[in-house]
Design a protein. Structure first.
Ligand code: SF4
Length: 809
C-alpha cells in the first residue's frame, strides 16, 4: 500500500550530549544504545544552521502552521546561553511566513538561573523540568554521580519559573514513574509546585528488559500507580493538565491522543543529534545498541527523506503497524500498543516490534479504570478540525479570581484578548486545511503579512466576526463560503499599506473589508480588486472595470467606512453596521445607521462610558481592554431593551440603542460579562460538560442548563453592581427613579445570591468552577447587608413572585 508522506511537526534537537546528573533510569546514558559516546558534546554552528534550514524548508513544503522544537540533551543548559540564543534565532529565522515556532527546552533544572530565564523570556522558550515527585521519590534515581540529591536544585529551578516574571515560561514537569514511590505523595508534591502540566512517563523497558514489578504490588503496578494518581488528581479538581489521562479521555471519544505513548496517531517526531545525524524517537535507545539510528544526516538528507526511512514509516502506520494481538484488542484506539520502543522483543537475534507493549496489562487496566470512573467529555478550547481542540495559554490564579469577582482588570482582560486571538488564528489555520487551501492567494498573503506586518493581521483577526465566520465554516454551515478569507487578507493588506493587490468577491452588492468598511458596487456578484496604497489609502477596481480611489482621495459615497466612537480616556469603539458576519447575535442587526442615529449612538456611548468610569470603574477597566465593537441591533418589542453577546464573537456586543445612556451603560456591562465568561470557558472547564440537568434560574420562568445558569449569574453581577451604584447615588432621595433603582438592587442582589448558591450546590462545578463561585459569592455577600427601605424589598418580592424582572435579563 502506498501511503502519502506525513510531515514531521516536532523536532527534538540535542544541543548538548552530556549530563550533569547520573540518573540510573536515563534512557540516553543508562540503556542499550551507546552512540552518545562518539558524538560531539555540543551541537556545532553548522549543524544548527543546516537543521534550521531543513526544518524551514520542511515547514514551507508541507504548509505547516506550527512546528515544535524541543532543545534537549543530555542536559541542554550545559550548551550555555550563547548556543541556546543562537539556536532560537536560527530556528525562528528559518521558518516560512505563517508558520509559528513553539520552542521549548527540557532540563533537569540544576543550572537554571535568572540569566537563563531572562534569555528564555527574550527568545520565547518555554521550560519543562524533570522531577520525579517529593524528595524521597526524586532521590531514588535523580542524583549526581557522587550520589548527592538533585532535589534542592530542582526545587530552586521550579521556584524561579513560578516567579511572576517567569511564570509564562513554565511549561510543566516531567515525572518518570517508579511504582515504589507513593503515588499520592508524588502527585501532591508536584501539585504544590503549580505546574501547568505534568507528564507521567513510564520507565523505559522492553520484553527483553521488562520493567520492575516488585513483589506485593500486584500484576499491574503501573496502572494501579497511575490510577491512584488519577483519583487524587480528580479529587483535587485536576490542578494541572496530564496528557496521559486526557489522551485516554479524548481517544475514548474518538479524538486524537496528545502523546506518542498512547493512541494511533502517526509519529510526527524526529531527533537530531549533536553531530547532525537524524534519529528516531529517543525512547528506542532502550531497545538495542543503534536502534534509533537512521543512517541519515542533516547535511545530506532532507526531512522528507528522513520521513521515508522504514523505521520512521513504521511509526506512522497506525492500526496497520500493530501486531495481531493489539489489532484485535478492545482498547486499541486508546492504547495504540503503547510506546513503540516498549514493544521490542529480540527473537533469536532478529528483533521485532510486532508485539503488544511490555506494559500491555497495565495499559489495559489504566484505560478501563479511567473509563469505569466515568470521565467527562473534553471541555475547554474550541473545535478546529477533525475533532481537534485548541486550548490557548490560560489565566493565572489571580486573573481567574479577579474575573470570578465579576470584573477583571486591564491585564486580565488583555490575557483573554490574547487567548482569543490565538484561537482565531488556530481556527483560520483549520479552515485552510479543511478547505484544501494550500495554494490560496489570500492565505499566502495573510501568512506573509503575519510576518511582515503583524499588527495589521492582528487588527483584522482581532475583529470579533472573523472568528464568527471561521466557526460557522468549521461547523459546516453551507452559507459560510471562503470569501471572508480574501476579505480579511485584503483588509490586512490595506492596513499594512504595502501596495498588495487582492481579489475579493462581491457579496450582497458590496465589497467588504472587515474592520474598515464596505464599498457598494451595485453589481450583485463578481470580483473586485483591492490595491493598497500608502497609509490607509487604497483603490478598488469594480467588477465593471471602474477604478475608484476609495480612501486617501476624494470621498466617494459608495464607500461606507466603519465609524468609530472615541469616548474619553483613549477608548475606541467601532460601531459595526457593515460587516455581513455581524449578524451573529440572537437578535436581527440594524441596517447602516443614518446620520441622526449615528449622532444618537455617539452621544449615548460617550455618556455611558463616562458613567461606567465614574460608577463602575472596575468593570470599565475590563470593557476598555476588551470591548472593541458595538453592533447596533434592531429595536425589540415596545418596552423591552434588547442586547446580546455572541459566543463566537469575542470583543463585540449587540445592542438596540436604548432610550437613555445609563441603560446603555447597563447593557454594555451586562453583555460584556457574557463575552468575558465565554473566553474563560474557552480556557478551562468550570462545570461538568456531561451535566444535562436543568436548573432553576431565579430570574426566568424556564429552567436552564448549567452553562445558562452560570452565564446569567455572572452577567447579573454587573447588573446588581449597576443598580447598587444607582441606589447609592439616590441615597435618601425621593422620586420614581430612586425607588426604581432601590427595587432593582433589592431584586437582583437576591436573584444573584441565590443563583451563586445553586451553582455551588449543583455538584456539577469543577474545582475551578467552585473557585469561580466563591469569587462571585465574595462580591454578592456584602450587597445582601446593604439596608434598603421596606418598599424596595416589597417591590422586589412582587417582581420576583411574578417572575417578571423589570429589565432585560
Ligand atoms: S498493548 Fe495491550 S492493551 Fe495496548 S493495544 Fe496492545 S493488546 Fe491492547
Amino acid at each position: 500500500m502506498t501511503r502519502s508522506l506525513l510531515p514531521f511537526t516536532q523536532f527534538v534537537v540535542k544541543v548538548h550530549s552530556r549530563c550533569d546528573l547520573a540518573c540510573d533510569h536515563c534512557y540516553v546514558y543508562e540503556h542499550a544504545d551507546t552512540s552518545w559516546r562518539a558524538r560531539p558534546k555540543v551541537i556545532g554552528d553548522e549543524v544548527l544552521a543546516k537543521a534550521a534550514e531543513r526544518i524551514g524548508a520542511h515547514a514551507a513544503e508541507h504548509g505547516l502552521a506550527v512546528v515544535r522544537v524541543v532543545l534537549h540533551g543530555g542536559e541542554p543548559l550545559l550548551a550555555g546561553p550563547d548556543r541556546l540564543r543562537r539556536a532560537a534565532g536560527e530556528f525562528r529565522a528559518a521558518l516560512p511566513p505563517g508558520c509559528a515556532l513553539d520552542l521549548r527546552i527540557h532540563t533537569n533544572g540544576v543550572l537554571l538561573s535568572p540569566a537563563f530565564c531572562e534569555l528564555f523570556d527574550r527568545e520565547g522558550i518555554k521550560v519543562g523540568v524533570s522531577l520525579d515527585g517529593d524528595r524521597a521519590a526524586n532521590d531514588r534515581h535523580r542524583r549526581f554521580a557522587d550520589g548527592r540529591s538533585s532535589h534542592p536544585q530542582v526545587l530552586r529551578a521550579v521556584g524561579l519559573l513560578r516567579r511572576p516574571e517567569y511564570r509564562h515560561l513554565y511549561a510543566g514537569l516531567l515525572c518518570t514513574i517508579d511504582v515504589e514511590n507513593d503515588p499520592v505523595a508524588v502527585h501532591d508534591a508536584l501539585a504544590e509546585l503549580e505546574p501547568p502540566a505534568v507528564d507521567f512517563l513510564l520507565p523505559h523497558a522492553t520484553w527483553d528488559q521488562p520493567p520492575k514489578r516488585p513483589a506485593g504490588l500486584g500484576s499491574t503496578p503501573y496502572a494501579d500507580w497511575l490510577l491512584a494518581v488519577y483519583d487524587r488528581w480528580e479529587e483535587a479538581g485536576r490542578p494541572f493538565a496530564v496528557r496521559t489521562f486526557e489522551s485516554v479521555h479524548r481517544t475514548r471519544h474518538g479524538l486524537s491522543s496528545l502523546t506518542e505513548s498512547l493512541g494511533l496517531e502517526p509519529a510526527a517526531l524526529v531527533v537530531l543529534e549533536t553531530d547532525g545525524s537524524f534519529e528516531q524517537a529517543d525512547s528506542l535507545k532502550t531497545a538495542y545498541d543503534g536502534a534509533p539510528a537512521t543512517g541519515l544526516d542533516v547535511f545530506t538528507h532532507s526531512l522528507d527523506e528522513v520521513a521515508r526511512h522504514p523505521g520512521m514509516a513504521a511509526r506512522q502506520l497506525g492500526l496497520d503497524g500493530l501486531g495481531a494481538t493489539c489489532r484485535a484488542c478492545p482498547v486499541v484506539r486508546s492504547c495504540g500498543g503503547g510506546l513503540y520502543a516498549h514493544r521490542y522483543r529480540s527473537e533469536g537475534g532478529g528483533g521485532s516490534f510486532d508485539n503488544p507493549s511490555v506494559f500491555c496489562g497495565d495499559l489495559m487496566t489504566l484505560i478501563n479504570g479511567i473509563a469505569d470512573r466515568g470521565e467527562p467529555l473534553p471541555g475547554p478550547g474550541v473545535p478546529t478540525q477533525a475533532g481537534e481542540r485548541v486550548v490557548p495559554a490560560g489565566l493565572t490564579d489571580r486573573q481567574l479570581d479577579e474575573l470570578a469577582r465579576g470584573h477583571g482588570g486591564t491585564d486580565t482582560v488583555r490575557a483573554l484578548v490574547r487567548s482569543q486571538l490565538a484561537l482565531t488564528r488556530a481556527m483560520l489555520a483549520a479552515v485552510r486545511s479543511t478547505s484544501g487551501l494550500r495554494s490560496s492567494a489570500a492565505w499566502d498573503l495573510l501568512a506573509e503579512l503575519d510576518s511582515a506586518a503583524p499588527a495589521a493581521v492582528d487588527a483584522v483577526l482581532g475583529h470579533p466576526y472573523a472568528r464568527a465566520w471561521a466557526a460557522r465554516r468549521l461547523a459546516g454551515d453551507p452559507a459560510a463560503g471562503l470569501g471572508p478569507l480574501a476579505e480579511l487578507a485584503a483588509a490586512a493588506a490595506v492596513r499594512a499599506g504595502r501596495g498588495d493587490q487582492v481579489a475579493v468577491p462581491v457579496r450582497a452588492g458590496a465589497l467588504h473589508l472587515p474592520t474598515l468598511g464596505r464599498f457598494v458596487v451595485g453589481a450583485a456578484a463578481g470580483e473586485a480588486l483591492v490595491t493598497g496604497g500608502a497609509g490607509a489609502g487604497f483603490t478598488v477596481r469594480t467588477p465593471d472595470g471602474e477604478t475608484v480611489t476609495v480612501a486617501g482621495g476624494p470621498a466617494d459615497p459608495r464607500w461606507q467606512p466603519v465609524r468609530r466612537i472615541r469616548p474619553a480616556g483613549g477608548w475606541t469603539l467601532a460601531l459595526e453596521d457593515t460587516d455581513p458576519q455581524r449578524d451573529s447575535h440572537q437578535w436581527p442587526v440594524a441596517d447602516r445607521l443614518d446620520d441622526a442615529e449615528l449622532m444618537a449612538w455617539s452621544g449615548g456611548l460617550r455618556e455611558a462610558a463616562e458613567l461606567l468610569d465614574r460608577d463602575l470603574p472596575a468593570y470599565a477597566q475590563g470593557l476598555r481592554a476588551g470591548l472593541t465593537t458595538v453592533t447596533p441591533l434592531r429595536a425589540g418589542p415596545p418596552g423591552r431593551d434588547v442586547s446580546a453577546a455572541a459566543r463566537q464573537a469575542f470583543g463585540a456586543v449587540g445592542i438596540a440603542r436604548p432610550a437613555t445612556a445609563p441603560i446603555l451603560a447597563l447593557l454594555l456591562a451586562h453583555e460584556f460579562q457574557h463575552v468575558k465568561l465565554g473566553a474563560v470557558l474557552d480556557l478551562m472547564d468550570l462545570y461538568d460538560q456531561t451535566d444535562t440537568t436543568l436548573y432553576d434560574a431565579p430570574w426566568r420562568p424556564d429552567p436552564r442548563p448549567i452553562e445558562g445558569l452560570l452565564q446569567g449569574t455572572y452577567a447579573h453581577l454587573a447588573v446588581t453592581a449597576f443598580w447598587g451604584t444607582r441606589t447609592a447615588i439616590y441615597d435618601g432621595l425621593p422620586g420614581v427613579a430612586a425607588e426604581h433603582a432601590r427595587a432593582q438592587f433589592a431584586l437582583w442582589r437576591r436573584y444573584t445570591a441565590e443563583a451563586v448558591e445553586r451553582l455551588a450546590g449543583s455538584g456539577s462545578l469543577t474545582a475551578a468552577g467552585l473557585r469561580f463561585a466563591d469569587g462571585m459569592r465574595e462580591t454578592v455577600s456584602p450587597w445582601l447587608a446593604v439596608p434598603l427601605p421596606r418598599a424596595a424589598e416589597q417591590a422586589a418580592r412582587e417582581a420576583r413572585e411574578a417572575r417578571r424582572p423589570a429589565t432585560a435579563g
